[in-house]
Design a protein around this ligand. Structure first.
Ligand SMILES: Nc1ncnc2c1ncn2[C@@H]1O[C@H](COP(=O)(O)OP(=O)(O)OP(=O)(O)O)[C@@H](O)[C@H]1O
Ligand SMILES: [Mg+2]
Length: 150
């Protein structure tokens, strides 16, 4: 099952992120893929706002993980600069705690991701237009997408 949604403006993207935020529960994981400047961090910031995070969400590029408090705890991961490593970096504690997690460049830690998750790919189709492709893995996320696309 795959869903697609065109965002015609930054505001469309922000509205969509907030709508998703309102449907999220503890342990939900969302992975974001897309080229530089696609809008992964922009989407994440709006989602955090929708989750009631009041602190400023910046790209955590150099720290890999940042944690915030909102309606639910919120983990923002950007694994772009993560060197390949066999070490156990403690992902399970992040993904299987009480928080919602968003992972930018998630394919780089594919083997550590929860099997059930919502994958989102963002494509830049114009200055302000984006194509979002949503790929739910698992029943929970299929239901989430159906609700989200309503
Ligand atoms: N409809 C839209 N949705 C998302 N971002 C948009 C949209 N229209 C314009 N933009 C702009 O595109 C840029 C997206 O940058 P952003 O940092 O979110 O990308 P990114 O995918 O996180 O890139 P990186 O991989 O470098 O971290 C922002 O400047 C944002 O304002
Ligand atoms: Mg980013």
């Amino acid at each position: 099952m795959i869903f697609e949604k065109i965002m015609n403006s930054l505001e469309d993207t922000e509205r969509f992120a907030i709508k998703l935020a309102n449907l999220l529960m503890a342990q939900d994981t969302i992975t974001l893929e897309g080229d530089l400047g696609a809008g992964k961090t922009t989407f994440t910031k709006a989602l955090a706002k929708g989750l009631g995070v009041t602190r400023t969400v910046n790209s955590p590029t150099f720290t890999i993980v940042k944690q915030y408090e909102g309606r639910l705890p919120f983990n923002h991961l950007d694994v772009y600069r993560l060197a390949e490593s066999d070490e156990d970096l403690g992902w399970d504690e992040l993904f299987y705690g009480d928080a919602v997690s968003v992972v930018e460049w998630a394919h780089l830690i594919e083997q550590d991701l929860p099997k059930e998750r919502l994958g989102i790919e963002i494509y830049r189709i114009g200055e302000n237009e984006r194509r979002f492709v949503l790929m739910p893995y698992g029943k929970r996320y299929e239901a989430l997408c159906e609700e989200l696309m309503r």
